[in-house]
Design a protein around this ligand. Structure first.
Ligand code: PLP
Length: 428
């Protein structure tokens, strides 16, 4: 066995020594049409299926078949309170108390609900600050909320540009921008991990800056939850939202999640749009016209929970609880550092790592920006796909790679970077 750093035997040895390695077997690993295993590095877009997800879904289908309406009370996990089973696991990952999180709807819907509750423009305080190049749906949601209030997004949506040289944000600049907006600022909406660059942020710092000027702070944790340990309560987020099909592995279109800080839900007259599922559970079925909000984040639910899209989330949260987000993060830091070192070794001239260096400013994902531009990136991406590598390309020239500690290993990273090296040589 050679001892050259970065060789295959060494990567395999690191996998063999990894205490989290057995979790890989608890996921369905995709294979190509010809049966060859694929190298899946796309958990930032759609997490893999936990093997037990099928059992969780089957149980609900069986209970539905067996019980009909009685399943609301008599199912193995009664449907009336089905979403409650996700609370402890989500709270653990979000860094919140269980009562302050709720599994409901999908991400964009939850963002709209949170904006309806917390974006209340008054006088000069009308603006919403967002990162330039934000995920399209977040921008659409914010712009349409402004328009809904009769405000022109061109004037009231403030999009902060990243540093033009590095392509990422300097937190001090974000803080300064918040300070400059001052009392014109109603809300800062910021990602825990930016979807394109992979940059992670000290959100407590940004929330403090927002609060210092009298604005609120909402976090989009789509790319952060299940990726990094989070601390939404300690960070003083007013609200946070996420989807659960990326690092949370709950399946396509699975139920999303939401955090509301207890200072908003314990306060008399907590605000927000209303539906029967946000009504106090104890009296919900009296069906009375007057709305009494359930305490905690559950008071923002509208509808009875989508049991079939919540079932795989429970399967996945069980795996997170068994592995522990702290241990997952420690492995993730090593995996991503290994990826970075190999990319620099084999592709340092052809690609620039857009994601900031160092674990404090990133999660699992590295974003590789192709010096040769979009056409070169697409050609390399096509070769990688032909070689059984699953990752993605954000137009025009950013390839996103996420080694996920629950099911990826050092050999996956080794294999990807070897194929990247070969593809770059072939494409010149
Ligand atoms: C994945 C993602 C979404 C997707 O929104 P859905 O409503 O779940 O379709 C929205 N915003 C961000 C930042 C995302 O990463």
């Amino acid at each position: 066995m050679s001892t050259v750093p970065g060789d295959l035997a060494l990567a395999r040895a690191r996998d063999a020594a990894d205490p989290l390695r057995p979790f890989r077997e608890r996921f369905c690993l995709p294979v190509a049409a010809d049966g060859r295993p694929l190298t899946y590095l796309c958990g930032h877009s759609l997490g893999l299926a936990p093997r037990t997800a099928r059992d969780y879904v089957d149980r609900e289908l069986d209970d539905w078949a067996r019980l009909g309406v009685v399943g609301h009370h008599a199912a193995t996990r009664p449907w009336m309170t089905y979403a409650d089973h996700a609370q402890a696991g989500l709270a653990q990952l979000a860094g919140a108390a269980p009562a302050d999180v709720v599994a409901m709807n999908s991400l964009t819907t939850n963002l709209h609900l949170m904006l309806a509750a917390f974006y209340r423009p008054r006088g000069v305080r009308t603006r919403i600050l967002l990162e330039a190049g934000a995920f399209s749906s977040d921008r659409h949601a914010v712009a349409s909320q402004l328009a809904w209030h009769g405000l022109d997004p061109a004037a009231h949506l403030v999009e902060l540009e990243p540093d033009p040289r590095s392509g990422v944000f300097d937190e001090a600049e974000v803080e300064a921008a918040i300070g400059r907006e001052g009392d014109r600022l109603a809300l800062v909406l910021w990602p825990g991990v930016q979807y394109r660059s992979g940059q992670a942020f000290d959100l407590g710092r940004l929330a403090r800056a927002a609060h210092a000027v009298g604005a609120l702070a909402g976090f989009d944790h789509a790319h952060a939850i299940g990726n990094l340990p989070l601390s939404v309560t300690a960070d003083e987020a007013d609200f946070a939202i996420w989807c659960s099909y990326k690092y949370l592995n709950a399946g396509p279109g699975a139920v999303g999640g939401c955090f509301v800080h207890p200072r908003h839900t314990r306060a008399e007259g907590a605000r927000g749009l209303e539906g029967w599922w946000g009504h106090e559970a104890a009296t919900r079925f009296r069906m009375e016209p007057r709305f009494v909000r359930e305490p905690g984040a559950a008071g923002f639910a509208l509808s009875n929970p989508p049991v079939l899209s919540t079932a795989p989330l429970l399967a996945s949260l069980e795996l997170f609880a068994a592995a522990g987000i702290g241990a997952l993060r420690r492995k993730s830091v090593e995996l991503t550092a290994f990826l970075e070192a190999r990319v620099e070794q084999f592709a340092g001239r052809a690609v620039r790592v857009l994601t900031p260096p160092g674990p404090a400013q990133r999660g699992a994902q590295l974003s590789l920006q192709f010096a040769g531009g979009g056409e070169h990136a697409r050609a390399v991406f096509g070769r990688l796909a032909g070689d059984g590598i699953v990752c993605d390309l954000r137009e025009p020239d950013v390839m996103r790679i996420a080694p996920v500690p629950l099911y990826n290993g050092f050999e996956d990273v080794w294999h990807f970077t070897s194929r990247l090296d070969a593809a770059l040589r072939a494409e010149g």
